[in-house]
Write a protein that binds this ligand. Structure first.
Ligand code: ZN
Length: 380
């Protein structure tokens, strides 16, 4: 008996230990299977591995079931700046791919902006300008300016300043300031490195001395006002100009080209010739300084009529105003837009921008600067 008892006594702890071990082992296996199952569910729900780890260890699994593919929540769970008090806000703020997104959202919430306002703010600046903006006090006219998709966060103070000074409406103010019209002509310019048909050159957008368009070709002399001249332009623009001239001819109009591409040094010469002839005031209104002329892009042409020496009085001019957009050309320096283009009305100067842009510009009665600010100046 004693012997048996001893045997049993010896076996019991071993069994318990074995039992415990098996249970523990099974639990660990089950736990991992369960964990992997939940993690794969979270992945299907659109959450990253890092975010999933956070979700599972902070008991947010149930919570995120209501927010499938919520990128802002995902970023919050991944971020070292995650703040439990802001959880409800994260889930409602529209995501932006900014490296300080969560930190900035926390700051903007602290300033007192609502979720909708924060989504609006994030839409109007890059990571840096949102970071700078989140450090300032609440602004007074958020809605007024930032309902316009092309308004920029970093320009807010300039909008206010410009509006107080000139009294334009919000949209016009945004367009003008984004184009740097609140800065001095030729002084504080944007350096341009764009060779596409969307290139902007004016008193605030500088091409520089090294800018030479790609694919320049000569315009055949039969299309020129003066057949002894040599006129060049970017091939795409020249091709469409010729198609346009032929279309005008088919309708009985004698449309011709007077000039096209001008190099930096050509423009310098033109500028000084006119400066000597007519003085400072004239060149300020009509002749660009070298590096600032649209003729240097190879997309601008001065047109002429074969029937008249005053283009503005010719039938060809009227035809151009009605039809040029169909060939991708726009009437560049309109009387009504002098304040924005910075150039006095020119009847002869047309610019190639492609058919799509030309149609919008024609329909919405814009000048190229306005199109540029509204359609190309968005922050996405
Ligand atoms: Zn011109």
């Amino acid at each position: 008996m004693t012997k048996l008892k001893k045997k049993v006594k010896l076996k019991m702890p071993a069994k318990i230990i074995l039992g415990l071990f098996v249970t523990l082992f099974a639990s660990v296996i089950l736990f991992f299977i369960g964990y992997m199952y939940l993690e794969s569910n979270l992945k299907k729900l659109g959450y990253s591995e890092k975010a999933s780890e956070f979700i599972l260890s902070n008991f947010k699994y149930q919570y995120v079931q209501d927010y499938p593919s919520n990128k802002t929540l995902n970023a919050a769970f991944e971020s070292q700046y995650y703040d439990e008090n802001n959880l409800e806000h994260y889930s409602k703020i529209v995501y932006k791919n900014h490296s300080h997104l969560i930190k900035n959202i926390n700051s903007l919430l602290k300033v007192g902006y609502t979720d909708r306002e924060i989504s609006m703010i994030l839409n109007h600046g890059d990571d840096k300008s949102v970071s700078d903006f989140s450090k300032r006090e609440r602004i007074k006219y958020l809605e007024e300016f930032y309902t316009y998709s092309f308004a920029r966060l970093e320009n807010y103070d300039r909008y206010i300043h410009y509006m107080n000074e000139y009294g334009d409406d919000e949209e016009t103010t945004i367009i003008k300031v984004n184009l740097n019209l609140d800065k001095e002509d030729y002084a504080d310019y944007v350096e341009v490195n764009d060779y596409s048909n969307m290139v902007l050159a004016n008193k605030h957008y500088y091409l520089g001395e090294a800018y030479v368009p790609k694919n320049l070709i000569k315009v055949s002399s039969e299309y020129l006002k003066n057949s002894k001249n040599e006129v060049e332009g970017v091939n795409e623009a020249v091709g469409n100009a010729i198609t346009m001239i032929k279309a005008a001819k088919a309708e009985g109009y004698d449309l011709r080209i007077n000039s096209g591409y001008r190099s930096f040094s050509d423009q310098e010469e033109v500028y000084h010739t006119y400066l000597d002839l007519y003085g400072e005031n004239y060149v300020l209104n009509y002749v660009s300084r070298a590096g600032f002329s649209e003729h240097q892009t190879g997309y601008a042409f001065d047109f002429a009529s074969g029937n008249s020496d005053v283009f503005a009085e010719s039938e060809e001019y009227k035809w151009m105003i009605k039809n040029s957009y169909k060939y991708g050309f726009i009437y560049r320096f309109l009387k009504s837009k002098e304040e924005i283009t910075g150039v006095k009305h020119e009847a002869w100067h047309f610019r190639y921008v492609g058919k799509k842009a030309a149609k919008i510009i024609d329909e919405e009665e814009l000048c190229f600067e306005e199109y540029y600010a509204k359609y190309l100046g968005r922050i996405d």
